[in-house]
Design a protein around this ligand. Sequence first.
Ligand SMILES: Cc1ncc(COP(=O)(O)O)c(C=O)c1O
Length: 469
Amino acid sequence: MVGYRFSHTPKKVPFVETKFRRIKTAIPISESIPLLEKLYAVEARSMHGQLPIIWDRAEDSQVYDAYGNCWIDFTSTIFLANAGHANPKIIASLQKILDQRLLHTYTFPSQIRAMFLKKLIEITPDQFEKAFLLSAGTEATECAVKLMRMHGQTISPLKLGIVSFQGAMHGRTMGAEMLKGNPSQSAWIGYRDPNMHHLPFPYPWTANDSLNKKYDWAKCFREDMNALKAKGLNFNNIAGFMIESYLGWGAIFYPIEYIKALADFAREHNCLITFDEIQGGFGRIGKLFVYQHYNVEPDLLCLGKALSGSLPLSAVIGSQKIMDLPEFGSMSSTHSANPLCCAAGLANLEAIESGNLVEESARKGVILHQRLSELKKKYSDRVSWVFGKGLLAGILFKDPETGEPDGLFPSRVCEKAMQKGLLLVHTGRESIKIGPPLTIPDDTLEEGLDVFDEAIAETLQNTDGGSEK
Ligand SMILES: Cc1ncc(COP(=O)(O)O)c(C=O)c1O
């Protein structure tokens, strides 16, 4: 979300009227500009950078403004509304709690919390016996670090090391930004935690055309670990690995052999494995959790976003032995287990189950990825990679002259798509992400992909739009 400012000058665009989209005003519409300016005057600018449309209503896979325009949504409000926007089950469940007049209980027990937690533990694989509920994803990743370190210290007081991946996203609070190992984003912290270590992400291009050749990813993992050892890391002092289950900005997965080697190493050195499933969990890739794609058994999962599909709710789940390491009262969060969030979470999990949304994501993912591989061929001088599984995709763009990553072109495609009635995930870098609600009807998905194709073609033909900051 950096480097590009979407134009706030209303632009006359062709009228669109289909079953799923309607664009009948200039985009952005001039009536929305005073409200946008009001927001910009009072809100920190770090909140800004998304497409300049004002959401009025969102239902299933469509987003509406108050001026008669309607978009197909390929964002799920950034990977949250897996069960569809304003899912009727979630709304009914929230309504019930509102009618009951139970808006907050701090950490006093409530029936809805017990019902939600029972459901969460029931639907997750057996090794996850207990949960700790929080509000934001970033709290969940920091909580997992705490648990991994507390576990490490049961073995040795020095077993505090956390190994994570350069460039991964784990949230915006201090510990979470330290996990990223991105010097430009963590410079504000002012110091480095000597017990945080970062592996380079095993990008497919590391292997120099690895998709066609057999590359030894297990060896790659071991060599990268040895490089950390050469810098002073004692393997016996590693408490755990924090793994963003795929690299968020591009939907880039780790090679399976790489993660298997990591898991073997972790078992050998008695360290824990946490998968950060905040973005990928709950069916996004056609499996309940992304880690299941790698065929390994993590100790902890961080959950958020599509856990409730609506209200602020995150969680860490794990075995009783690990989850009960902190003493009574020593791990808490005022809004965790809020009755409304639990009600939303319970109805959301039921909707995912009853709608077979995990299987639906896998089935519709075939349609999505077939179309994207055609687009990759069609725009081969612009599209460098297409990644993802299920209803998740990352499309990476390049400069046709140099072949280098191009961060500007995808922003302009997002802007063009908005003008045509399609919302894409703008990452602010060389990628566009696609992640529609898992409930999206097949014909809506197909129409959205047609619009994506048109938006690329039309962006290639003209140069208007926003500007680089
Ligand atoms: C993988 C991952 N982890 C953690 C977070 C942080 O979640 P939150 O914004 O709820 O703090 C995000 C947010 O995008 C994420 O994608």
